[in-house]
Design a protein around this ligand. Structure first.
Ligand code: ZN
Length: 59
């Protein structure tokens, strides 16, 4: 049971999430900034997402 297909899928999901969060920032959507977490749109001077509280990680 330990080698169930779902385990592999879940591991890949975690590794993908980890890769994304390594250097995550605002997504550009026309002249707006888009939150990668909730897809909320904000002005270009936004420093955090007012919808879900997400903040960009600038390394
Ligand atoms: Zn958000």
């Amino acid at each position: 049971m330990a080698s169930a297909p779902n385990d592999t899928v879940f591991d890949e999901f975690l590794s993908q999430r980890g890769h994304e969060t390594a250097s995550v920032g605002w997504q550009q959507n026309y002249n707006k900034l888009q939150c990668p977490e909730c897809m909320g749109l904000h002005d270009t001077d936004a420093t955090e997402c007012s919808v879900c509280g997400w903040t960009p990680r600038t390394v």
